[in-house]
Design a protein around this ligand. Structure first.
Ligand code: GSH
Length: 209
């Protein structure tokens, strides 16, 4: 059984979407990051970086932080959404790492400056707005003629999608990125994506793209 410690954020949703897609049973433990639950001594034992999400696998006793590591672990454990062929596998890992090192951190900074602190740091707003557009452009080019980021639906798609679902916070109109929009809506149509989005609690309508 997987214990998932999470909150209603893109990083949290990456893992709940994967768990829903895998169809495995899991217990949800809400960690309200607005109230500091991620800083308690109990949470620090499993999440030494003070951030959600974290999983504990009671089958193996392992606890894992960092969504990239969590997603690889769950995909390999269940034999799904990460190819075994080395060249196909590294392509999925490549785009997963692109999300971990680029899309997530940059869009997160855009949320911080553009949505929550407008007017405080014009240079940062300009810098991250430009970087967001650049990254959407990269994804749009990658998705040209493809249904998914790699050959098949994979953890790379599930890692990127929850960040794109906050396109409004990032000042993005998906009409400017038609391949991203089609891909976004393709994933949104999946029941597992809709269910995973609403973990650990229902946040209402999901942006339609
Ligand atoms: N690189 C980490 C990032 C995790 C992360 O940034 N989590 C945020 C929510 S999306 C968090 O817990 N923030 C609380 C805090 O910074 O105090 C991962 O991929 O798991």
């Amino acid at each position: 059984m997987i214990d998932l410690y999470t909150w209603t954020t893109p990083n949290g949703r990456k893992v709940s979407i994967l768990l829903e897609e895998l169809g495995v049973k899991y217990n949800v433990h809400p960690i309200n990051i607005n109230e500091g639950d991620q800083k308690t001594p109990e949470f620090l034992k499993i999440g030494p970086n003070n951030k959600i999400p974290v999983i504990v696998d009671t089958d193996t006793g392992v606890s894992i932080m960092e969504t990239g590591a969590i997603m690889i672990y769950l995909a390999e454990k269940n034999g799904k959404f990460l190819p075994t062929d080395p060249l196909k596998k590294i392509e999925v890992i490549e785009w997963l790492m692109w999300q971990m090192g680029g899309l997530g951190p940059m869009l997160g900074q855009a949320h911080h400056f553009l949505r929550f602190n407008p007017g405080k740091a014009p240079y940062a707003e300009e810098r991250f707005a430009a970087e967001v557009k650049r990254l959407y452009g990269v994804l749009d080019t990658r998705l040209e003629g493809r249904d998914f980021i790699c050959d098949e639906y994979s953890i790379a798609d599930m890692a990127c999608w929850p960040w794109i679902s906050r396109y409004e916070w990032q000042g993005i109109d998906l009409a400017d990125y038609p391949n991203v929009r089609s891909w976004y809506q393709r994933l949104l149509a999946r029941e597992a994506v809709q269910k995973g989005y609403q973990v650990p609690k229902n946040m209402g309508e999901i942006p339609a793209g």
